[in-house]
Design a protein around this ligand. Structure first.
Ligand code: SF4
Length: 507
């Protein structure tokens, strides 16, 4: 066992001689971040529920080797399909490294009949797969749980690897770069209630606070809804996961009841992009407490926070309210389509304070199109007012604007590193002496890499390949120098306003 360092509940180990398809489910980052998201749990359960398939997991970091599965040590290249979930653009580096370490040719055109089929899905590639086409045999565009069984059937019935890849190109929502295809239609499940939800979820048997524990602690992940009814101009989820779909309250209760029987946890983590929009959130939260369970919720739209909801959340063990004002300026908030006024934000935080919730987490974006210095100063003013009025501990997350494909700001440029750094400095200075306020920022250099990857075209595949051989931020700089491709300029390129978009084949 490669993984003798820790035990897991609900891990599945099948007799290899009794299955037809071996699926390597890969997460190109840490064990912790992979097991915090729902995607790994969902595909792991769905695939292992099939008698003909064995699904084992691989992570880039924290397990004994990225080239061997957690469950049995099965070598990555011994799988028929190797499927990655790509949540963040920059993890393409780790994806390429995992292929390399696993002995799978990195270039899709270099693979032979003996190699697995490399598949990737997730929001990043569903918006713009083009920068990654050199490495991937097939992309799932949209909600992969709709087609995953069809994909396994096609590969299982194929006469050869080439035959499998050609057949994959015929499945709606699957993009195969090596085969000419018409427009790719993004997959969206309309009847959300009938969609499979995992209830026997894998949990690591580790001490509280261990780096292997999920970000939410030992808990059952419950997907309440997908998509969002709003469409803020910068937001990927608000554009590519539309329309918003919500599970019925009876279905959610059934998932939780079964889930806590099959998974040894005492806490439920609700997953949703815009949780506050769930009509029955208070009813669901109260019911969770009545089951003697704790509750963890993601960011809630500030204007949907009520005193009663916060009282319930506090009773359920929640100690932090998370909100995303995005900007301190109500003018800019309106311009971006957030539809949230200052009063909604201040009321939510006051309610949290009154409910004895001691800490507040806030998310802001800098470098938004049309942002003025006054707008940036407004972030500091807002946080200062909240801190002084309530005395709460406040974490201020400041992230640079990253243009995303398919959003209404897809053609906008990210400001230069110097401009982003000066905006961060303005916020740091304005909150310098304010007690109990902590500022966390995404390094503008990382944001620039993310922006270039999210709106780039297939020419940057060369840069990715070289950068993966070095790793880290300096790897990107060396890759730019060695390939001669002006990678970093893509992020700040305002000429994209009129050029054709690389992702035009995705509908
Ligand atoms: S930022 Fe939030 S409210 Fe706006 S579209 Fe995205 S998920 Fe919805």
């Amino acid at each position: 066992m490669p993984n003798e360092a820790f035990r897991e509940y609900n891990a599945v180990l099948k007799d290899f001689s009794k299955i037809d398809i071996a699926f390597g489910l890969c997460y190109p980052s840490t064990y912790r971040s992979g097991m915090t998201g729902l995607a790994i749990h969902l595909f792991y359960s769905a695939l292992n529920n099939r008698d003909d398939t064995s699904c084992e997991r691989y992570f880039r970091y924290d397990t004994k080797s990225p080239a061997n599965s957690v469950e049995s040590g099965r070598p990555l290249r011994d799988n028929h399909i190797v499927g990655f979930s790509l949540t963040y653009e920059e993890n393409i580096i780790e994806l390429v490294q995992m292929l390399e370490k696993g002995g799978i040719p990195v270039g899709q055109s270099e693979r032979t009949d003996d190699d697995p089929i490399v598949l990737v899905g997730g929001p990043v590639v569903s918006a713009n797969p083009e920068p990654y086409v050199d490495f991937i045999d097939a992309f799932v565009i949209g909600e992969g749980d709709i087609v995953i069984h069809k994909i396994v059937d096609v590969v299982g019935n194929a006469e050869s690897r080439r035959d499998a890849i050609e057949s994959l190109a015929e499945i709606e929502g699957v993009y195969v770069p090596s085969i000419p295809q018409n427009k790719i239609v993004r997959l969206i499940m309309k009847d959300f209630d009938s969609l499979f939800h995992p209830t026997a979820q894998v949990v690591a048997d580790v001490e509280e606070g261990s780096k292997l524990e999920s970000v939410f602690g030992q808990s059952l992940l419950v997907e309440v809804s997908r998509g969002c009814g709003h469409s803020c101009k910068f937001c990927l989820v608000g554009h590519i996961c539309r329309p918003r779909r919500t599970r019925s309250i009876s279905k959610l209760k059934a998932i939780i009841e079964k889930g806590v029987q099959e998974t040894p946890v005492k806490k439920v983590s609700l997953i949703a992009s815009s949780l506050g929009d769930l009509d029955n959130l208070e009813e669901l939260a109260s019911w969770v407490i009545d089951q003697d369970l704790q509750l963890s919720t993601p960011s809630v739209r500030a204007d949907r926070v009520t005193p009663n909801l916060l009282k319930i959340m506090k009773k359920a063990g929640q100690r932090t309210l998370t909100i995303a004002p995005e900007t301190g300026s109500s003018r800019l908030r309106k311009e971006m389509g957030k539809g949230l006024d200052d009063e909604g934000i201040f009321s939510a935080v006051r309610y949290a304070h009154e409910a004895d919730i001691g800490s507040l987490k806030t998310y802001f974006i800098i470098g938004l199109p049309g942002e003025t210095e006054e707008d940036v100063l407004a972030i500091g003013k807002m946080v200062k007012k909240l801190a002084l009025e309530t005395g709460m501990r406040i974490t201020v997350n400041v992230n640079p604007f990253i243009p995303k494909a398919h959003t209404r700001w897809e053609r906008e440029a990210q400001p230069t590193l110097e401009v982003l750094r000066s905006k961060i400095k303005i916020i740091q200075q304005s909150l310098h002496n304010v007690p109990r306020v902590r500022i966390e920022t995404l390094d503008p250099r990382n944001a620039r890499v993310q922006a270039a990857l999210s709106v780039g075209d297939r020419s940057i595949g060369r840069v990715i390949r070289v950068a993966a051989s070095y790793g880290g931020l300096s790897g990107w700089r060396r890759a730019e120098r060695e390939t001669g491709v002006r990678f970093f300029e893509i992020a700040n390129d305002s000429s994209r306003k009129s050029e054709p978009l690389p992702w035009k084949s995705i509908e």
